[in-house]
Design a protein around this ligand. Structure first.
Ligand code: C2O
Ligand code: CU
Length: 462
């Protein structure tokens, strides 16, 4: 049974908010991305508007669309009262454009600007977000979809970007609340009390029976892992984290989308004309309609055949696993387990002392991002990183500038990804070719975790 229920305390009205996010095509006239305050309706109608920090006045921010092989050029204008930066999540980008304060650039001060100008080698579903004080700035709305189109688009009737997110709103004031919360930092992260799609509570779309949709799902939430299921829709996963799968994978059960991950689906509307289909969100045994599809009319008499795989992106092969450079990454900390000791500000401290500085996690015994990289790879070298989650919580590990594949226990390789979800006590190994020179951060995308110990760096020589 699907129920549509608000998680916002006391919410009664369930109507979708009368607000549509901006959608613009990349063009030479649209080269500024201003980070500024705005007000939008996130909570259901009847609740106050919410002040957000946004790119272009909406959350998610202005959708950026470009073509594979093009350059993307955007001047960030910081009209906020705090420094900020732009990170282009999942793009195999020129290091200087990666947007990480203290590593690839200085944060852009209030009133300042920074020109981001880079090539787009890969087609796929990506996103952009602030990389300064991310746990707060992304949660306040500094995030948007970045879609890089294939030279030849797959044969679908529609292409829909669905940005899945949550907000923590004060039910009285409707304002984004609760940042410096010890519990969030030391547990699973900062989860919201209202879930949204494209900034809208209870998003609804009109579709037709047998219509074929490409759904580009992006999880921009700080910490929420979406567990999803299709109802009245049938189809395939065709890409993960932007990168095409060799073969479309039929969706037969529930699937997970961790923070920062993307999934491109090609689905057919199989629900009857006049009926409903859903992207279902599962939560504690309950199913909620996260996106409602109203089936109005019919696109075709029958379903179409299985789609072709998307064209592969260039130079993605992960070879040379036997002679790879090997590295280990051990995650420790968090509530219930903590750590015996770790380095903070150059000395060994216990968990209690670290906690007083809002540091709750350690990677390889360090709570600060180390000056010395986890490893230094030659350009083109294959690297394997064996990761071990010795905490009680899941972590979504994201590597900048590269995509990797998981080395599966049987010896095979998992799909190409830029963010890997690891559950408590898991050990997982990833492998990638260090093709992109520069200093790259490697961190948990549960953003309070990244802010409290789960951030390290790697280096690839030029
Ligand atoms: Cu999407 Cu370092 O982040
Ligand atoms: Cu984490």
């Amino acid at each position: 049974m699907i129920t549509r229920r608000s998680l916002l305390a006391g919410a009664g009205a369930l109507a979708a908010a009368p607000f549509m996010p901006g959608r613009a095509f990349a063009s030479t006239t649209h080269e500024t991305l201003e980070a500024a305050l705005a007000k939008v309706q996130i909570a259901p109608e009847g609740y106050p508007q919410t002040e957000i920090w946004s790119y272009g006045g909406t959350v998610p921010g202005t959708e950026i669309r470009a073509r594979q092989g093009e350059r993307l050029r955007r001047r960030l204008v910081n009209s906020l009262s705090e420094p900020t930066s732009l990170h282009w999540h999942g793009i195999r980008i020129d290091n200087a454009m990666d947007g990480v304060p203290g590593v690839t650039q200085e944060a852009v001060p209030p009133g300042g600007t920074f020109l981001y100008d880079f090539a787009l080698p890969d087609a796929g579903t990506y996103w952009y977000h602030s990389h300064n004080q991310s746990y707060e700035q992304v949660a306040r709305g500094l995030q948007g979809a970045l879609i890089v189109e294939e030279a030849e688009a797959p044969d679908v009737d529609r292409d829909e970007v669905l940005v899945l997110d949550d907000f923590r709103l004060d039910p009285e004031t409707g304002q984004i609340a609760g940042f410096a919360n010890m519990h969030d930092f030391s547990h699973g992260g900062r989860v919201g009390n209202i879930t949204v799609t494209n900034g809208i509570f209870n998003k609804t779309l009109d579709v037709r029976q047998n219509e074929r949709l490409r759904l580009r799902l992006i999880n921009t939430a700080n910490a929420r892992i979406f567990e999803l299921q299709l109802e009245g829709l049938e189809g395939w996963v065709v890409a993960l984290d932007g990168m095409p799968l060799e073969q479309p994978q039929p969706i037969t059960e529930t699937f997970l989308l961790a923070p920062a991950q993307r999934a491109d689906l090609i689905v057919d509307v199989t629900a009857e004309e006049g009926g409903e289909a859903h992207l279902v969100r599962l939560e504690r045994e309950d199913g909620f309609s996260h996106v409602l599809f109203n089936v109005k009319g019919r696109a075709a008499e029958t379903r179409r055949p299985t789609p072709m795989p998307l064209p592969p992106n260039p130079d993605m092969a992960v070879t040379g696993l036997e002679d790879a450079l090997r590295s280990d990454l051990r995650m420790e900390g968090g509530a219930m387990r903590g750590f015996a000791s770790a380095q903070m500000n150059g000395r060994e401290v216990g968990f209690r002392e670290a906690a007083q500085s809002m540091k709750f996690w350690a990677m390889n015994g360090m709570v600060d991002m180390p000056e010395v990289p986890l490893f230094v790879a030659e350009r083109g070298q294959t690297v394997r990183v064996a990761m071990r989650n010795d905490t009680m919580f899941p972590h979504a590990m994201h590597l900048h500038g590269h995509h990797f594949r998981e080395v599966l226990p049987g010896g095979g390789l998992g799909p190409m990804r830029d963010t890997l979800l690891m559950f408590a006590d898991e050990r997982r190994e990833i492998a990638f070719v260090a093709h992109n020179p520069g200093d790259w951060v490697f961190h948990c995308h549960m953003l309070t975790h990244a802010a409290s110990g789960m951030m390290t760096r790697i280096k690839v020589l030029a």
